[in-house]
Design a protein around this ligand. Structure first.
Ligand code: ADP
Length: 266
């Protein structure tokens, strides 16, 4: 579904992404992890041509994103931003309906079918109940679900998410991850999600890319990527990696470098 080959990107003179290559298959949930500044957001933006890499190519569904009209690209790739500035007092329904924009002809308004698709997207994300409320007045978790509903209404084949749970408490984090996982398993949606939470990525993602200084340090299953050697090599901190007793997936526990002094109380 996605084919990234030899992508390099720089904002100014320093390369921020360097020779990145990977594939994502249909219905796969790929997690992108790495330290702050390692290039996660830049990579995500390169996938839907918000940024155009100076080198390499990104193909979605076999088509080079450079060669496709923005409107057509928006029918294929949906984006859930980390936080969307909500300057205008849109209602939830209005915002979700914006997901239909790539399908509208000229300056026409949304029709019956668009409203029905938006309603279904709100049902899936449990946001229908506050469809008439102003988005700015919602809680962080509710707002995030509305942004996901907008992306679902876009009916894309690929959904990109930039740290979708950064500001959420644990209950809402789980709800969002369950929702995203359900979209990949049940609807065959291909998901690429940046995550700052290694444990969440390990539990939910089929495969993970670990970025370090704009390069792919490791790509593979959670078991292949989430090892103490890789985490120490990239983040420079010590972690214990064991198996989550419920899921059998790798689980990390941070360990203080100064463990003896800290835990003996001396
Ligand atoms: P991450 O998402 O992993 O934190 P980013 O992709 O946001 O990393 O940033 C990667 C690097 O690119 C960082 O060094 C950051 O300072 C730099 N960067 C990000 N956005 C810009 C920009 N608009 N102009 C110049 N440099 C940028």
């Amino acid at each position: 579904m996605i084919n990234v080959s030899s992508v390099s990107f720089r904002y100014v003179d320093q390369w921020v992404l360097r020779d990145i290559s990977f594939d994502v298959t249909k219905g796969e949930f790929l997690g992108v992890i790495g330290p702050n500044g390692s290039g996660k957001t830049t990579l995500l933006k390169s996938l839907n041509r918000i940024l155009v890499p100076q080198e390499g190519d990104v193909l979605v569904g076999g088509v080079n994103v450079k060669e496709i009209k923005r409107r057509e690209l928006a029918r294929v790739v949906g984006m859930v931003p980390q936080e969307a500035p909500m300057v205008f007092p849109f209602t939830v329904l209005e915002l979700v309906l914006m997901g239909r924009a790539p399908y509208l002809k000229g300056l026409s308004f949304e029709g019956e079918k668009d409203c029905e698709i938006a309603r279904r997207a709100m049902e899936m994300t449990d946001t229908l109940q506050f469809s008439k409320r102003v988005v700015g007045a919602l809680s962080g978790g509710e707002k995030q679900r509305v942004l996901i509903a907008r992306a679902i209404a876009q009916e894309p084949d690929v959904m990109l998410l930039d740290e979708p749970t950064s500001f959420l408490d644990i209950k809402h984090q789980i709800e969002i991850y369950d929702l995203i996982k359900g979209l990949s398993l049940g609807n065959g949606l291909t998901i690429v999600g940046v995550s700052h939470d290694i444990n969440m990525a390990a539990q939910y993602c089929d495969r993970i890319i670990l970025l370090s200084n704009g390069r792919v340090y490791k790509v593979g299953t959670p078991e292949e990527v989430i090892t103490w050697e890789n985490i120490e090599g990239v983040y420079g901190c010590i972690v214990l990696v064991d198996k989550n007793p419920v899921t059998g997936k790798p689980r990390i526990t941070p360990v203080s470098k100064d463990i003896e002094r800290v835990w003996s109380g001396s």
